[in-house]
Design a protein around this ligand. Sequence first.
Ligand code: HEC
Ligand code: HEC
Ligand code: HEC
Ligand code: HEC
Length: 400
Amino acid sequence: MEYAAVGFGPKDLRLPAEEVVAAVSAVGDAPTPFVCANVGLIGFDSGITPLYRIVERGGLKIGITAVLGDAELADIRNDLIATKPAAESLVEPAAALAKAGCDHQVLLAFASPEETKKLAARFPQFDFVVTAGGAEEPPAQPEKLPPHRAVPGAAPVERHLLELGHKGMFAVVIGLFDDPAQPIRAQRVPLDARWGEAEEMIRLLTSYQAQLETLGLAGLGLSPGRHPTGRRFAGSAACAECHKASFEVWTNSGHASALTTLENQTPRRDGDPECLSCHVVGWAPQKFQPYEGGFMGVSVTPQLAHQGCENCHGPAAAHASAERGQVRVPAADKERLRAELHLDIDTPPAKQRVVNNCLECHDLDNSPQFDFDEYWPQVEHSEPEESTAEPKPAAAAVAP
Ligand code: HEC
Ligand code: HEC
Ligand code: HEC
Ligand code: HEC
């Protein structure tokens, strides 16, 4: 990507230190783009990553340093990685950058906006301060920070706080212009389908997916958690014989081919927990983790493929066997098992529970257009009174 500077995130530093070192070390003549004032791989003296960097672009001299916030540092538990509080660590690089006569100074902070602003206030020489925290989407325009006067009487320098949003969904572009009327322009660019696919990224993704497949869900250490109800899953096909109308609606909805959608991706994503989570039965959508008895692969649990009935109604294996008469249960228990699956949208609190369930999967990243009142009619289902599997009252069999 020809990045001039890259800071660490706390998750990078969960890798064993030797893997981080291998990943960030300089290749050939180019220096490593990684820079960090308060993280020292194998100690600060190793010099594997510099404390700051000065680059020249378009005739401008730009000084850059990076820090991890104090909350993020607290998560690093690795004897080979030395750390320092963010503010303390900036003293040395800030002095060096000030002396170097940079046209602009950039601070990359993997920290909350609040902590980042404190650092910005303490080191006003940085005119672009970038926070990794903040909202999912960056604001349309960067926030202005109080201007800085390097020496009393000098012209104040404009300063900005840049939010980037989450998951690399946007690039924030700052243009520096030789135009006194508008020296700085900013644009928030969504990294959407306009940019096409990068061959190199597809190759990396393909090898990552192959790695996931080799490891398997068990190999990834995904140990199933208990479903809050303690019940077991049966799969949507097990409901078809009795709930024909509901099954028919479901079969014709996108929910019934959600796993196929993953199989059809290039590369296929049906072995990726970060996708399976909402596209199969029996996972905790936001935790990327299966429940006990949830989907574990098409060869193991084919009946739990796709986004099925039980992700909304809850596990229903006991209900299906009780109704089929495969297990004998007292009438009261049979009623209780039915009642546990009951959902309705007739009262605001009951409706809210249903909407919250939708939102577990139809979240901002994956379903930005979601609106219950528009989406529900597309999957709405009900059973005609007479079609339940209740034995018909004897009278009905007596034709006049
Ligand atoms: C052998 C027949 C049978 C099978 C199999 C069966 N059910 Fe039922 N189910 C019934 C009967 C009978 C009722 C009670 C009458 C009614 O409400 O339709 C019921 C009730 C329900 C209700 C409550 C309806 C309400 O009142 O809100 C839900 C939800 C439900 N079943 C879902 C499922 C799901 C999901 C499956 C598959 C895992 C399933 N059922 C399998 C027969 C069956
Ligand atoms: C467990 C995750 C999950 C839950 C819960 C969920 N959905 Fe979905 N939904 C999906 C996925 C995944 C797709 C995309 C399926 C595909 O095309 O691959 C989808 C697609 C849809 C679609 C697209 C139209 C279609 O059927 O082709 C509608 C409408 C929809 N869901 C409505 C809802 C509503 C309303 C709720 C709540 C009552 C809900 N969903 C709950 C995962 C979920
Ligand atoms: C948090 C739940 C969730 C996760 C995780 C998730 N999806 Fe989805 N996905 C959905 C929902 C919900 C929809 C339906 C969106 C809509 O129609 O509004 C959907 C729709 C899709 C669609 C469009 C289906 C169509 O043809 O209309 C594709 C493709 C897709 N997902 C692929 C993926 C991939 C690949 C991953 C993993 C990187 C993934 N999803 C992870 C919930 C999720
Ligand atoms: C996206 C979530 C979702 C999925 C998937 C889903 N349901 Fe439902 N289901 C609901 C909601 C919500 C209601 C309550 C609707 C209402 O109050 O009008 C409901 C109602 C029902 C009822 C009661 C209908 C009636 O006439 O009272 C039955 C039975 C039922 N579903 C069975 C199923 C079966 C079987 C499947 C799978 C083939 C299924 N549902 C899939 C959310 C879902």
